[in-house]
Design a protein around this ligand. Structure first.
Ligand SMILES: [Zn+2]
Length: 201
C-alpha cells in the first residue's frame, strides 16, 4: 500500500488500535495508524512551543517539541529556502549553546513548513525551552555573514538558502516568544500510553 494512502482523509484507525497486533500494517495490509503528531487538531494550533511526544529510550527519555512558528493553513508557511537557512543557523546555535548543547538530539524543519522539530534529552517542559529558543532566534535575527554549512561539501542543496527571509522570520518568532507563545495545545487531552505520551485532539 502506498504510504500516501495512509495520510489522506479523516478516517484513520487510532495508532493504538492495530487490529492485527501479530503483524505490522505494512505486513498485514491494514491501514496504518495515525502517528501521534497528526493526532492534534491542526485547525487549533497557534505559534508556540509544544511537547509533541516523549519516548523512553533505555533509562532516559527523548522529548520531541513542536516549535510552531506559523498558524497552520491560515497564514503563509515559511519559504523552503528560508526554512533551510533557519535549519542551518539555529542548529549551529543549539549545538553550541553552553547550557543545552549536550541535550540536543535533533533540530529540523517540519515538512509542512510551519515550524521545526526539536528533540532533547530528558523531559523538560516547553517553558524551559523558551529562553534557549529565544536566544537561538535572536542569534538568527541578528546574524550576518555566510550561512554556516552552506557549501557543496557540507550541504545537500547549498543554493537553497535565503538568509534575509530567514532573519525576517526569526524576528517575527522572537516577538511571539517574548509576548505570546503558547505552551499547551488548545482543547487537547493528553493520553498516557506504554512507553510514550502523546496528545489527542
Ligand atoms: Zn543544508
Amino acid at each position: 500500500m502506498p504510504l500516501t494512502r495512509c495520510v489522506e482523509g479523516r478516517n484513520f484507525k487510532h495508532a493504538m488500535e492495530n487490529p492485527n497486533p501479530e503483524k505490522s500494517p505494512q505486513e498485514s495490509g491494514e491501514p496504518m495508524g495515525l502517528i501521534a503528531s497528526f493526532q492534534v487538531d491542526h485547525t487549533q494550533i497557534v505559534p508556540g512551543i509544544y511537547e509533541s511526544r516523549t519516548d523512553a529510550i533505555g533509562g532516559d527519555f527523548a522529548t520531541t517539541f513542536d516549535v510552531r512558528m506559523k498558524t497552520p493553513n491560515k497564514e503563509p508557511a515559511i519559504h523552503p529556502n528560508a526554512m533551510h537557512t533557519i535549519e542551518h543557523v539555529v542548529a549551529t546555535f543549539l549545538r553550541n549553546d553552553a547550557e543545552w548543547k549536550d541535550r540536543i538530539v535533533y533540530w529540523g524543519p517540519m515538512g509542512c513548513l510551519t515550524g521545526c522539530y526539536l528533540i532533547v534529552k530528558g523531559r523538560p517542559k516547553p517553558q524551559e525551552l523558551q529562553p534557549l529558543l529565544l536566544r537561538a532566534f535572536e542569534y538568527l535575527r541578528d546574524y550576518e555573514g555566510e550561512v554556516p554549512g552552506a557549501t557543496p561539501v557540507n550541504c545537500g542543496n547549498y543554493l537553497l538558502h535565503d538568509l534575509p527571509m530567514a532573519k525576517w522570520e526569526a524576528a517575527r518568532y522572537v516577538e511571539i516568544l517574548k509576548t505570546g507563545a503558547r505552551y499547551e495545545y488548545v482543547k487537547t487531552k493528553r493520553i498516557d500510553t506504554a512507553g510514550g505520551v502523546f496528545f489527542d485532539a
